[in-house]
Design a protein around this ligand. Structure first.
Ligand code: PLP
Length: 371
């Protein structure tokens, strides 16, 4: 008998990451025209990208024959100014995804475990499993810091704790006071990662929920703050994110970073996007005025939702609705949302779109509910 190829056994445990369904696939599979498709599945900025960024990237296109500036000084100096830290406190990744991977590879291993919320960003689990590092999850789906602390105390081999604030895919967040009180009880040997992918939204919604990276790392040198240009800044396609930490933490992450991990055009895009805060502020403000329409819609249709500090809303279904089926029916009508069945929840996550996109969602969803 022919032998089957054997791969590293830890990989068998990994569920390959499923992103939001790409528009191109929906066009092909359902024969829907591109302009009729509404993608509310990947938490992208519905306003698109700042025109200033487009212009800057076009003006730099001729530089793509050269390797990028691997010290990334221009972007780092912008970020240092934005956050009141020094360049030594910064590492840039191809998306903050990559920085998550650096943190896990720098600190976790088969005997040094990772602790996360019950339902949270899938990449923590995937990167940990790639290196056979065990992941402990709270039984609570949302962040419950009392349970985090109990699990941490009961498992002396936990080396990395991920707090996704606000949490993707559920949308909840925690106040700065609660987070600080928790971290103060964690050993300084343990790395606490605060994933702030949606912090621009949370800090707008409630200033008590704002986590300031410079204050965080000054108060707790064992923390790493993560931010991204993929969400509020409208640069999901450019893959740029960053980590902010004490110099010792950042220096170590640099050891697992591949060289030239961020492209020249991505660096230009991120640097310019950072300068256009008006674009970000407008997107965030529109997000929450449109969010109210979703809340009203959910209440009118007696559907539960989680109060969201992000640019998406998660609708929780009862036994009368199956999220997988609902997502499929919406897809056939050209609306792409995120079904959370693979996270073990009967829910869909909808990215808040433009007013027109959201109206189309309400109209289509109503048809699905009454079908
Ligand atoms: C989107 C997201 C990220 C990072 O996205 P990148 O595009 O890799 O920067 C990180 N964490 C969470 C929770 C996210 O939702």
């Amino acid at each position: 008998m022919e032998k089957k190829m054997q791969f590293n056994p830890e990989l068998a445990e990994i569920k390959t990451y499923e992103g939001g369904k790409p528009i191109e696939l929906v066009m092909r599979e359902y024969g829907i025209k591109e302009e009729e498709i509404v993608k509310l599945a990947s938490n992208e900025n519905p306003n698109g990208v700042s025109p200033k960024v487009v212009e800057a990237v076009q003006n730099s296109a001729h530089k793509m024959f050269m390797y990028p500036d691997d010290a990334m000084v221009t972007l780092k100096s912008g970020l240092a100014k934005q956050f009141g830290v020094t360049q030594e406190n910064l590492i840039i990744g191809a998306g903050s995804d990559e920085v998550i991977n650096f943190a896990i590879r720098a600190k976790a291993n088969p005997t040094q475990k990772v602790l996360t919320a019950g339902v949270t960003f899938a990449m923590y689990d995937i990167y940990a499993k790639q290196i056979a590092a065990p992941v402990i999850k709270t039984t609570s789906q949302q962040h419950d810091l009392a349970e985090f602390l109990a699990l941490y105390k009961a498992n002396p081999d936990i080396a990395v704790i991920f707090l996704c604030l606000p949490n993707n895919p559920l949308g909840e967040s925690l106040s700065r006071a609660e987070v600080y009180e928790f971290i103060a009880q964690v050993d300084t040997e343990t790395l606490v990662v605060v994933d702030g992918a949606y912090q621009e939204y949370a800090s707008y919604k409630d200033s008590d929920y704002k986590i300031d990276p410079s204050d965080l790392i000054a108060t707790f040198p064992n923390t790493l703050y993560l931010g991204t240009f993929s969400k509020a800044y409208g640069l999901g396609g450019m893959r740029v994110g960053y980590g902010i930490g004490a110099k010792e933490v950042i220096d170590t992450l640099y050891k697992v970073r591949p060289p030239f991990n961020v492209t020249t055009l991505s660096l230009v895009a991120a640097t310019t996007a950072l300068e256009d805060q008006a674009f970000v502020n407008e997107a965030v403000a529109l997000n929450f005025s449109e969010m109210e329409r979703y809340e009203t819609f959910a209440k009118e249709n007696k559907i539960d939702f989680i109060k969201s500090y992000t640019n998406f809303i998660t609708l929780i279904f009862n036994e009368n609705l199956n999220s997988k089926e609902v997502a499929q029916l919406l897809l056939k009508k050209g609306i792409i949302v995120r079904d959370l069945t693979s996270y073990g929840v009967n829910a869909i996550r909808i990215t808040i779109g433009t007013p027109t996109q959201n109206s189309k969602f309400f109209e289509t969803f109503t048809k699905v509910l009454t079908a």
